[in-house]
Design a protein around this ligand. Structure first.
Ligand SMILES: [Zn+2]
Ligand SMILES: [Zn+2]
Ligand SMILES: [Zn+2]
Length: 118
């Protein structure tokens, strides 16, 4: 039960980390980074369209940086926190976000016994 804050630094190279296209280009078929035009999810797994030629249009690749949900730092260093600890110190609105280490430590200082009052 580990909360893994995804390692995304490799995306710093501007090309798509999966299929390697440049920004502004259409992903290669089967790329795990392509978004579905209907649901906005991951195209290869959402199941909205059976084949690529059924798509009304395809969404070109643009690098969107991962940011700390609190201070906005781009590409925060990844770190691991046990799930339990994450829920204890990180308030619900931020639990699904990525936090940088500093902000996480800040949460721990703010709520030494966790944010829940009961
Ligand atoms: Zn791609
Ligand atoms: Zn979809
Ligand atoms: Zn931060």
């Amino acid at each position: 039960m580990k909360k893994v804050i995804e390692m995304v630094k490799k995306w710093k190279s501007w090309n798509c980390h999966d299929c390697g296209v440049k920004e502004g280009e259409i992903h290669k078929e089967g790329c795990d980074m392509e978004r579905c035009p209907r649901c906005g999810g991951q195209l290869i797994s959402c199941g909205c369209y059976e084949t690529y030629n059924k798509l009304p249009y395809r969404i070109p690749y643009i690098l969107i940086p991962v940011k700390c949900g609190l201070c906005g730092e781009q590409w925060p260093e990844p770190f691991k926190v046990p799930d339990e600890e994450w829920r204890k110190y990180v308030i619900p609105q931020l639990q699904r976000e990525t936090l940088c280490r500093d902000c996480y430590e800040e949460m721990k200082k703010l709520f030494p016994n966790g944010w829940r009052t009961k």
